[in-house]
Design a protein around this ligand. Structure first.
Ligand SMILES: C[S@@+](CC[C@H](N)C(=O)[O-])C[C@H]1O[C@@H](n2cnc3c(N)ncnc32)[C@H](O)[C@@H]1O
Length: 216
């Protein structure tokens, strides 16, 4: 199973207002800080982010990395990011509208990235193992991945109950999947926590993990 859950249309509709939610901008800042502190990005690394959305994480990490390819399935989300890139005169970030599970590698770059990152996208992709296998195939040997997402949650995190998503991830199961995909030195930290009134009307705190791993 390699389908995505029709997310591009949903995200197209949300793109214009995406950055207006202060919880999203705070989360991206917090994840960027955790990645900088634990994954050690450096300016010589070629980087890729999948599910970059409007580029909240991309633009926070770009000054710490070399050439950066930001990938998303939503044209509208990328449109917002492209405007920021143009306004800020950023030269190191290129965007691609593509489904990471389907796109041909030659359409993305000529040299494999040393660094792959993502925030809050993993739970939107149906086949987690297929995605991790793909990431391992895309990454250069010795390269690092850094993925932030929800810890296993109560199923009420998303406001829209029709949205097909994973209810977060249990760390030990995700670690096993990362290792099955061929990654080594898998480690987890809690990058931050989101407090919100969930779909059931309860105020809950949802931890966000940062998983890092290396392709041996
Ligand atoms: C919850 S948003 C997160 C956006 C951004 N990382 C942030 O934190 O603001 C998930 C993003 O993943 C994108 N996405 C979902 N499935 C994807 C896939 N298979 N390949 C690339 N992008 C995908 C969606 O279009 C959406 O922009």
């Amino acid at each position: 199973m390699t389908t995505i859950w029709n997310s591009s249309h949903r995200f197209d509709r949300k793109a214009a207002e995406w950055d207006e939610n202060p919880r999203r901008t705070a989360l991206a800042e917090c994840v960027a800080k955790a990645i900088i502190e634990t994954a050690g990005p450096v300016a010589t690394m070629r980087a890729m982010e999948f599910g970059c959305g409007t580029g909240l994480l991309t633009l926070a990490l770009a000054p710490h990395l070399g050439r950066f390819t930001a990938i998303d399935t939503s044209e509208e989300m990328l449109g917002v990011l492209n405007k920021k890139i143009e306004t800020l005169g950023i030269r190191t970030v290129a965007t691609r509208c593509a489904d990471l599970l389907q796109v041909e590698e030659r359409e993305l770059w000529t040299e494999k990235p040393d660094f792959i990152c993502s925030s809050m996208t993993l739970h939107h992709i149906a086949d987690t193992q297929a995605l991790l296998d793909r990431l391992n195939g895309l990454l250069r040997k010795g390269g690092t991945i850094a993925i932030a997402d929800l810890d296993l949650e109560d199923g009420f995190f998303h406001d829209d109950e029709t949205e097909e998503v994973h209810p977060g991830f249990e760390r030990s199961l995700l670690q096993a999947m990362l290792e099955k995909a061929g990654f080594d030195r898998v480690s987890f930290i809690t990058a931050c926590e989101i407090s919100k009134t969930n779909r059931a009307g309860e105020v809950k705190t949802y931890p966000i993990f940062l998983a890092t791993a290396v392709k041996p």
